[in-house]
Ligand binder design. Structure first.
Ligand code: NAD
Length: 290
């Protein structure tokens, strides 16, 4: 049975570091500030935005939650971003994804000051990640996965790593982090057009699943003893629960855990790490502004 990689515990360690770092900044008269912009009323986005603001409150990071109407125009969202770019109390800005369909998300991301882009989605930060320039911001979810992999004591150097998914938010930055100097994995990126995905995945000493399909990765995708990082967060209907749904990952947990060497659970794996790394990025932005 696989060892459980406890994301909650590792996230607590990251947050304890944050507490220390925030105290040091406050001694220098700097209070880190994060602005979270939500356009519209998507229920999942509301949950994410509230939990980010709550975590800021717990740590003593100043936060502003800005909720714009569902029918906001592109210009209104851009004006909000530009105002936040100029606000000295705000060091980090994120616009919760996905915005309503009339909003061009790419243009919004490009409007964020790269020095305040704590999501790490601005082209300047994407380039810095590819260039291995540590002054950039790394997207929070893959950064959290890397921290989990390190905490679990997994050797990445020379390891065969397979990342399933090529999104700009998870898959692509994850692949860059794994192949970077210091991680030194041999990386394969698989996606919806990959032939014989199970065989590709079976090569992996380290498998990262970021697909968005519930329990997609099954036991026959897994090499005996592999480390499995499940990024997926999916709601599946479940009448037996109070909410009418349960959360599950992209990995069929029970059968994969029986074969893997180590695995992250959902919930309690990558999820808590994402928000912890957002706090880290906000602190980094505040340091950079001083
Ligand atoms: P996405 O939809 O942008 O990308 C999914 C990727 O999976 C695509 O690159 C696609 O090529 C690939 N894919 C789709 N079908 C496939 C198939 N049949 N075979 C192989 N590859 C296939 O999703 P995303 O934003 O990268 O998110 C992926 C998952 O991670 C989702 O479940 C999302 O909810 C979750 N997520 C979790 C966190 C977190 O904090 N834990 C953060 C971001 C995303």
């Amino acid at each position: 049975m696989a060892e459980l990689i406890d994301g909650k515990k590792v996230a607590e360690e990251v947050l304890a570091e944050c507490v220390q770092e925030i105290a040091e900044l406050k001694e220098r008269g700097i209070v880190p500030g994060l602005a979270v912009v939500l356009v519209g009323e998507d229920p999942a986005s509301q949950v994410y935005v509230n939990s980010k603001a709550r975590k800021c409150g717990e740590l003593g990071i100043y936060s502003e939650k800005i909720v714009l109407a569902e029918d906001s125009t592109q210009e209104e969202v851009l004006a909000t971003v530009r105002r936040l770019n100029e606000d000295p109390a705000i060091h980090g800005i994120l616009v919760q994804s996905p915005p309503p369909p009339q909003i061009n998300e790419e243009e919004i991301v490009r409007a964020i000051d790269p020095a305040k882009d704590v999501d790490g989605f601005h082209p300047e930060n994407v380039a810095k990640l590819a260039l291995e320039d540590p002054s950039g911001f790394v997207p929070c979810t893959p950064a959290g996965c890397m921290r989990l992999i390190k905490a679990a004591g997994v050797e990445t150097s020379g390891a065969e790593a397979v990342v399933v998914g090529r999104s700009m938010i998870v898959g692509k930055p994850m692949a860059l982090l794994l192949m970077a100097r210091g991680s030194d994995a041999t990386v394969t990126v698989a996606h919806s057009r990959t032939r014989d995905l199970a065989a590709v995945c079976r090569r992996a000493d380290l498998l990262v699943a970021a697909v968005g399909i519930p329990e997609f990765i099954q036991a026959d995708f897994i090499k005996e003893g592999a480390t499995v990082i499940d990024v997926g967060i999916n709601r599946v209907e479940d009448a037996s629960t109070k909410r009418g749904y349960r959360l599950c990952g992209d990995v069929a947990y029970e059968e994969v855990a029986a074969k893997a060497g180590a695995i992250t659970p959902v919930p309690g794996g990558v999820g808590p790490m994402t928000i912890a790394m957002l706090m880290k990025n906000t602190i980094k932005a505040a340091r950079g502004a001083s």
